[in-house]
Ligand binder design. Structure first.
Ligand code: C5P
Length: 222
């Protein structure tokens, strides 16, 4: 059968990354974390000393960057301009400002094109591909065979994110996560499903059950 593209969108802490990786691993698929690309661009811009509010300069710099994200679901490696930034992309100071870069519409146009190329290449090489982020179901890959929004209640999302970042002040984390979702929602629709997009609410699901829910959607195609 034809190689599949499976794309998942959702807010911060919805579990979409973990679910996407497990689904990709199970299927022997390639994997693309599009958020890691926005994060890597942010790390590089700060390293270059670019003022993130300088929209034209930010757009120009990102257009010149070379991104090499691993497409192995078991690896979190990402290189930008030949430098491994994997250890920096999840730092709280990056999470704090990444939306400034991601709400720059010229940056989005650049990264969407690069993300489509990575997905197309995986499919062309005969691999299924699982990609996740905020605008995959609507903008990057609206023609993917399987499209879903992975969501969860605010309370559960904050609890999951808190577990990933032990030691961070809970109120500060809540502010940061909710503000980031609000900012991100101004440019991407990852809360209400587009036509043909399935919603998987993981509030009351274990990780295994969430993975099963996505695999059940995939089962219609394989
Ligand atoms: O998924 P993650 O939380 O790592 O994404 C980091 C940031 O990258 C998001 O807060 C958002 O600003 C941006 N992003 C985006 N579009 C995507 C994926 C991520 O704007 N497809």
């Amino acid at each position: 059968s034809q190689p599949l593209a499976i794309v998942l969108d959702g807010p911060a802490g919805s579990g979409k990354s973990t679910v996407a990786k497990e689904v990709a691993d199970f299927l022997g698929a390639q994997y693309l974390d599009t958020g890691a690309m926005y994060r890597a661009a942010t790390v590089r811009l700060l390293e270059l000393g670019v003022e993130l509010s300088d929209q034209p300069l930010v757009a120009q710099q990102v257009a010149e960057m070379v991104f090499s994200p691993s497409t192995n679901p078991l690896s979190e490696q990402i290189l930008v301009d030949g430098t491994d930034v994997s250890g920096q992309i999840r730092l709280p100071e990056i999470s704090e400002v990444v939306s400034k870069v991601a709400t720059n519409l010229s940056v989005r146009a650049t990264l969407v094109e690069k993300q489509r190329a990575i997905i197309d290449q995986a499919v062309a090489s005969g691999f299924p591909v699982v990609a996740e982020g905020r605008d995959l179901t609507t903008v990057v890959a609206p023609h993917a065979q399987v499209r879903a929004i992975i969501t969860a209640s605010e309370e559960v999302r904050l609890a999951r994110r808190g577990k990933q970042i032990p030691g961070q002040d809970a109120a500060k984390l809540a502010d940061q996560v909710l503000r980031r979702d609000r900012d991100d929602a101004t440019v991407s629709n990852f809360t209400s499903p587009a036509d043909g997009v399935v919603v998987v609410d993981t509030t009351d699901l274990t990780l295994e059950e969430s993975v099963e829910s996505v695999l059940a959607l995939v089962a219609n195609w394989v």
